[in-house]
Design a binder for this molecule. Structure first.
Ligand code: OOB
Length: 539
């Protein structure tokens, strides 16, 4: 039986017996995140907590800003249990707003700066949010315009708070009141709603509880051996699970270390920050990793403090993985994670081979992992199948998604990741693709990732995405979108290369197009929807 807490009927809580096991094992501490935050401040008050381009504050200063802002939120009608959409770039304000909302008992809905009206309106409506906290202008985009759309479309949103020039809305700087005490949330209740990272359809809401998310951050900090002397650079958008809690901002603050927030992930800017602040750890997606490795050829900043680079979000090729240590001079850690929960990390002491060729192994000994075939049966050891998982920090269902949860979660509570993986004897996983990334060409299934892996070994192919384009005769035709090294290869060239590599004739691409770059989602995954729309519209 799953329990549904009264306050949040749209959320499926952990079953009592599993919850008890996690408490007994010492994984869950039965503390809300704000209660944990108080402990961090008590332990590390005088140390640097958050640094951004304009400011540097200690744990005590952060606490004071969090408390006055929390009181300000309450004064403006934000009540315990209210959902509040947060869309802020990587600045100190993000951290203050996050902890202030948690402090006053509200549930932040953590959206990405790149989300636009389509996503924000959907997420605000789905969560029945009462408020929207955003910035004035970011990356040339006016979020106040977006706020007007949200208010017009979602009647529950009655409060808009803007960091910066607020126009007709409330300036964040005015959201402050005398500190007061708030009741602590139940540690088994929802702390934050994350946004799913899929590249198809509208995002879903992922309810993460106080217990599970605090554990997620703390256990991740342990795997990365974070200490109070570390300095973590938040480069990826802070609302994403990876820079937020793997170990990210939460894990870093839990360790008493400092977080540096930046909106600019370019090597020119980020390398300067590494030198200036003595950054020791950061997290990137594979595309940025490649760029940073290349940039060491011309950038001159001293990167010697950097000890650990975490890479995840999409598959890192062994070719790029091999560049990390020699160019950036730090240990590579691959992270295969999902906002829904399960995190896999290569360990700092793993041999190079495992760190370069695998996506890591589960964070917790309480993570249950199954690899199954299309009938849901466990595959033979070492064979590829779909990854299913259940554990101390994996959701039991999406928020307010009863229908979708029927297929997303198995009857015994395993989350179906949709990721295709195989497991080595060491327990490390290799991600081989997405189960749904299959093109149905004339009734035959063509696995996009198999073709992509082979095409990447062609000397003229730098990056590639294989997509299905609607086709009157075949149902779907296979298109290889190539970012070329030098002159783009011809279709005939690619087809004979694939035939020589052992591909079946009926799975070969029907066409190829070349592009200067591939479109990416907000967090560095190849945006196949955008590519299909792009290529489809020009055919
Ligand atoms: C992270 O989280 P999401 O929710 O944005 O995306 C999850 C999906 C996974 O299901 C998988 O398909 C893909 O992104 N993915 C990877 C990967 N890491 C994530 N695919 C291949 N190799 C990897 N290393 O992306 C995320 C959350 C926490 C930590 C790191 C990444």
């Amino acid at each position: 039986m799953t329990t549904e807490l009264a306050v949040q009927p749209n959320f499926i809580a952990f079953e009592d017996d599993r919850a008890q096991r996690y408490v007994d094992a010492g994984l869950w501490r039965g503390r809300s995140i704000p209660a944990a935050f108080d402990e961090w401040v008590d332990a590390h008050g005088h140390r640097r907590a958050v640094i951004d381009d304009g400011s540097e504050i200690t744990y005590t200063e952060l606490e004071s800003r969090v408390r006055t802002t929390a009181a300000g939120f309450a004064e403006r009608g934000i009540a315990p249990g209210d959902r509040v959409v947060v869309q802020l770039p990587n600045t100190t304000a993000f951290v203050v707003v996050l902890f202030a909302l948690l402090e006053c008992g509200a549930v932040p809905v953590l959206t990405l700066p790149a989300h636009r009206a389509r996503e924000i309106v959907h997420l605000a409506a789905l969560s029945e949010a009462t408020a929207y906290v955003t910035t004035d202008v970011d990356g040339g985009f006016d979020h106040r315009e977006l706020a007007r759309d949200v208010v017009a479309a979602v009647p529950t949103v009655t409060t808009v708070i803007i960091d910066g020039d607020a126009a007709e809305f409330t300036p964040l700087a005015d959201v402050r009141a005398t500190e007061r005490t708030f009741d602590r949330a139940d540690s088994r209740d929802v702390a934050v709603l994350l946004v799913s990272g899929g590249t198809t359809g509208l995002p879903k809401l992922i309810p993460r509880t106080h217990n599970d998310y605090e554990y997620n951050a703390r256990a991740s900090a342990e795997v990365c051996a974070l200490t109070a002397d570390d300095v973590y650079l938040a480069v990826l958008p802070a609302a994403h699970n990876f820079p937020l809690a793997c170990p990210g901002i939460l894990g870093t603050l839990g360790a008493g270390a400092a977080v540096v927030m930046t909106r600019d992930p370019s090597p020119e800017h980020a390398f300067g920050l590494i030198e200036k602040h003595g950054i020791t750890v950061t997290a990137l997606v594979p595309s940025l990793t490649h760029l940073w490795c290349e940039a060491t050829e011309w950038e001159t900043a001293n990167l010697s403090t950097l000890r650990l680079l975490q890479v995840g979000g999409a598959k890192l090729t062994p070719e790029v993985a091999k560049l990390v240590q020699p160019t950036l001079g730090c240990t590579l850690q691959q992270v295969f994670g999902m906002a829904e929960g399960l995190l896999n990390y290569t360990r700092l002491t793993d041999p190079d081979e495992l760190r370069i060729t695998t996506q890591g192994r589960p964070l917790s000994e309480f993570d249950e992992v199954r690899i199954v075939d299309e009938h849901g049966h466990d595959v033979a050891a070492g064979t590829v199948g779909e990854l299913l998982t259940r554990g101390p920090y994996t959701i039991n269902g999406y928020y307010s998604a009863a229908e979708h949860n029927r297929t997303a979660i198995t009857a015994d509570g395993f989350y179906r990741s949709g990721d295709q993986v195989r497991m080595l004897e060491t327990g490390h996983l290799i991600v081989t693709g997405r189960i749904k990334d299959v093109i149905t060409r004339g009734g035959e299934n063509v696995a996009a990732d198999t073709l992509e892996d082979l095409l990447l070994t062609h000397p003229a192919v730098s990056r590639v995405a294989v997509i299905g384009i609607p086709d009157r005769d075949l149902g779907e035709s296979v298109c290889a979108v190539i970012v070329a090294r030098g002159a783009p290869p011809t279709l005939a060239d690619l087809r004979s290369f694939l035939l020589d590599s052992g591909c079946a004739r009926n799975t070969l691409p029907d066409r190829t197009v070349s592009r200067p770059s591939l479109p990416m989602t907000a967090v560095g995954k190849i945006d196949k929807n955008a590519l299909i729309a792009d290529v489809g519209s020009r055919s």
